[in-house]
Design a binder for this molecule. Structure first.
Ligand code: DOR
Length: 303
């Protein structure tokens, strides 16, 4: 059996498959389908300092290309995250990744400071939500903004920091290099791709927020390209996500340079996706005589 362990900047994951933020809740719902302990880690729904109700509905739309969402960071706030989500996840035996967001640099700094003293294993700093007016992509779309947030959280964090990047930029490798220089331990990408659909009957956008983030199979080629570009630019580990629905997609991500993968939208169509990806990946490694999953990372062959 191949060795699936991944050392992600000091955090030992039993395997490289992680439930992506916003699609995996706090792991509770998935435990009804399979033990969450099967996964390398769970990235929790984005947490902010205070409770947020998110954007008004409709804020989810299924399209043939994938899912559009404009949830707007609905979450119960960091206090309840700490008292309700962490104790449950701690019992499951999987790495706990707290995903955090803020409206200002100071918000990011404060929430990371608070979570630094909890049992979370890693903090994923979301500077890439496309659905909020303040925060999110406002920081992630420029090198200066990304750098400012990363420096602020670096100064207070006792936990490894993963910065989550947006695809809604011209040069994502440049942003990744900026957060690496500012002290990020690793990067995760891609958050959702900004999109829009219009209902031709009502002639209104399908989302109340007009625009929203696209996820699902349509974004996989964009994600693979961006992971490959970023992995070729930075030395810190890259965690790949965006449209992974099958184990073959995960193998592609690893070949492009991802050390681990996150499974997002596919969880909604098939909650067993992460386990299927894991089993397929293990079989692929065994079939190809690859002893360690790390031996596959970045091994895309040149033409
Ligand atoms: O597509 C997304 N939706 N990305 C995020 O980072 C957050 C989420 C939301 O809550 O809007």
């Amino acid at each position: 059996m191949a060795d699936l362990c991944v050392n992600l900047c000091g955090v030992l994951l039993k395997n490289p498959v992680i439930g992506a933020s916003g699609t995996f809740g706090y792991g509770r719902e998935y435990n009804e389908f399979f033990p969450v302990s099967r996964l390398g880690g769970v990235s929790c729904k984005g947490t902010t300092l205070e409770e947020r109700l998110g954007n008004p509905p409709p804020r989810i739309a299924e399209t043939p290309a994938g899912m559009l969402n404009s949830v707007g960071l609905q979450n119960p706030g960091v206090k309840r995250f700490i008292s309700e989500a962490i104790p449950f996840l701690k019992k499951q035996g999987t790495a706990i990744i707290a995903n955090v967001a803020g409206s200002s640099v100071d918000d990011y700094r404060r929430i990371v400071e608070i979570l630094s003293d909890t049992d979370v294993d890693m903090i994923e700093v979301n500077i890439s939500c496309p659905n909020v007016k303040e925060g999110g992509v406002q920081f992630g779309a420029t090198c200066a903004g990304a750098e400012e947030v990363t420096k602020a959280v670096r100064a207070v964090s006792k936990k490894p920091l993963m910065i989550k990047l947006t695809p809604n930029v011209t040069d994502i490798a440049e942003i990744a290099a900026a957060v690496e220089a500012a002290g990020a331990d690793c990067v995760s990408l891609i958050n959702t791709l900004l999109g829009m659909r219009i209902d031709i009957r009502t002639r209104r956008p399908v989302l109340r927020n007009n625009t929203g983030g696209l996820s699902g199979p349509a974004v996989l080629p964009v994600a693979v390209r961006m992971v490959w570009q970023v992995a070729n630019r930075v030395k810190i580990p890259v965690v790949g996500m965006g449209g992974i629905a099958k184990w073959q997609d995960a193998v592609e991500m690893l070949l492009a340079g991802a050390s681990a993968v996150q499974i997002g939208a596919a969880n909604f169509t098939d909650p067993f996706t992460p386990v299927k990806v894991l089993e397929g990946l293990e079989q692929y490694l065994d079939d190809n005589g690859i002893e360690k999953v790390g031996d596959l990372v970045g091994k895309v062959q040149p033409w």
